[in-house]
Design a protein around this ligand. Sequence first.
Ligand SMILES: *Cc1c(COP(=O)(O)O)cnc(C)c1O
Length: 368
Amino acid sequence: MKDLTPESFVVSAGRSRVPGEPLNVPPVLASNFYLPHERIYARGESTPTIEALEEIVGGLEGGRALAFSTGMAAVAAVLDGLPVGAKLAVPEDPYQGVKGLVAAGEEQGRWAVTRIHLADTAGWAQAAETSDLLWLESPANPLITVADLPAICEAARAAGTMVAVDSTFATPLVQQPLDLGADFVMHSATKFLGGHSDLMGGVLATRNDGLHDQLTERRTLSGATMGAMEAYLATRGIRTLALRIERAQANALELATRLEAHPEIIKVRYPGLPNDENHAVAKSFMNGFGPMLSFETAGEGDRATRLCTAARLINHATSLGGVESTMERRAVIPGQETIPPTLIRFSVGCENVEDLWRDLEQALQASK
Ligand SMILES: *Cc1c(COP(=O)(O)O)cnc(C)c1O
């Protein structure tokens, strides 16, 4: 990794380069292996297919990666490492699955939770003094808020508090939380790493060998190991990550700019816009602004639903991170009632930007 740019590394890493072997590690469809050998059973020792993906993501993040069956399985592996009674600080509005998992553990008395606005850097620094783990998500789903990761990681380091960053919206190309001082970085591989809306997976990376060992043990015991086909597809998908992100974030900036000037749009949230409240912080440490934006239409909540339905090129669907653009009204999701009623989360894909814009314009017109 040291002498390669990330663009070349995603293409070249995770290959055996042994004469006679295939260029791509094939899907190893196996539960068990001939003994004696250190690779015994796939749930515990995983497979070469999973390890190829881990080599790529670990190299991009500058740590050692572990692949999980879903993003939420990766989140759970971090939280399960907390001792009973631990103090956990989380964003007020994290990804809904994380929100639910944290609340469920709180109800069971597993941990005490402090909830902080993602942009409240002083609040996070203060929480670092009394917490065991800060769970951050940046940029955040679906308000696209950016946390001041360098400042928060520094405060946590000084206080001896661990930091985990859900970096799904940024991908390893846009930010490297481990470099900024985080202990864990997490990705839903279901999204940009896989990039084709055809798999579920999660990845965690850390620089700490002790933490890596603990996570491996938890993955084995909880049975959250990634499947062979998923690992194969995620590796195939990640080969084009740099190309996809380059196109998608260029599209996102252009569409955010045009949406902001549209009379039927009351707010656009995209850190790449110079007047976005997160612009300065994002610019200070991110390499680009990512492909995720959200916007609010004029009118009632229903208007936003009609707009999503009227789109012909952009897919009306949940989830994000595929080559194809998707958009969805978030306030209708259970647990997301605090989200502005007409807010639409837009995962900008790799289509031609003029086609995307024409589609948005006609859907805005048709949904009036
Ligand atoms: C989708 C998502 C998750 C959960 O990942 P799954 O693969 O769906 O389990 C976590 N965080 C963010 C930001 C996500 O978008």
